[in-house]
Write a new protein. Structure first.
Length: 284
């Protein structure tokens, strides 16, 4: 695998990570890893079996992608303000990953922190990088790093490759929308299988904690705290149904939410600012 082929494959990974289209995903992963393994084997002294080259390619190409930004706390978890702000880095995969010289950026070229050499993160583990908390990973900043109104975070590996990114508040408004409203459910009477679909059209994780979906007065759903939309994915908010495969969100209403003749869905962020609106039927 030459450098151009490798870069092309790496550019596909953010989409492949969360793809529900399994066959193209399997094919792309198999091709990319196999080509890399063959190139690595040909460049070696061939004293080790090809399997070793294949496994090394899996680790080199896919290992970093199991690391994701899992949370940005812009308010401070213990009420101490700027000192306790943090960004959380999670290892979601099966391998131990060396985070030496990985870099976190808080959206400004002067808001960077480099993770110290010798920092390893175990499978299922997490680390937090605080604004200026003593004895912890820290930006060592005297000023607030994370904007309470909205901000963005970027995580780069030691090769300066963007591995994960995170948006919240006003920075996320342009990438999240109500993409569809299924207003005519098949369930008789209460139509509990109606739903509104919320879509993240970006390659970033998007924090929608406290965001509200409204179908009119007294018909509101609020996303729970620590709810994030994965890149290029959608979730559904059902009227009175819980479907874990689409997020597990529900108005828990015993009556139909969406008027079959016409209605308006409105999505607002945690400060009440409108993010998206979708109307249909007579309401258009």
């Amino acid at each position: 695998m030459n450098d151009n082929s490798k870069n092309t494959f790496l550019e596909k990974l953010p989409t492949l990570q969360f793809s529900e289209d399994s066959e193209p995903c399997w094919q792309a992963l198999a091709q990319g890893v196999t080509e890399s393994a063959k190139a690595l084997y040909e460049q070696s002294d061939k004293q080790q079996p090809p399997y070793n080259a294949w496994w090394q390619s899996c680790f080199d190409l896919l290992g970093p992608r199991q690391i994701v930004i899992g949370q940005v706390d812009c308010n401070g978890s213990s009420g101490n303000g700027e000192e306790d702000e943090f960004i959380e880095i999670n290892n979601t995969g099966p391998m131990i990953v060396d985070l030496s010289n990985w870099r976190v950026n808080a959206g400004n070229e002067r808001q960077d922190v480099t993770i110290p050499v010798g920092t390893y993160i175990l499978p299922g583990a997490r680390i937090r990088i605080y604004t200026r908390k003593k004895g912890e990973f820290s930006f060592n900043s005297l000023n607030s790093v994370w904007n309470n109104k909205g901000d963005q975070a970027f995580l780069y590996d030691s090769n300066k490759t963007l591995i994960s990114s995170w948006l919240y508040g006003s920075k996320a408004h342009d990438v999240v929308s109500i993409s569809h409203i299924n207003f005519d459910g098949k369930e008789k009477g209460s139509e509990g299988d109606e739903y509104a679909q919320i879509t993240n059209d970006s390659d970033n994780w998007v924090d929608v904690s406290g965001w509200q979906l409204s179908a009119g007065k007294g018909q509101d759903f609020e996303f729970p705290q620590l709810t994030a939309l994965a890149p290029r994915t959608s979730v559904r908010v059902y009227t009175n149904e819980v479907d874990a495969s689409t997020g597990g969100f529900s108005f828990k209403s015993k009556r139909a939410i969406w008027n079959n003749k016409g209605d308006i869905g409105t999505l607002r962020d945690n400060t009440g600012k409108q993010v998206s609106k979708l109307s249909y039927g007579d309401a258009v």
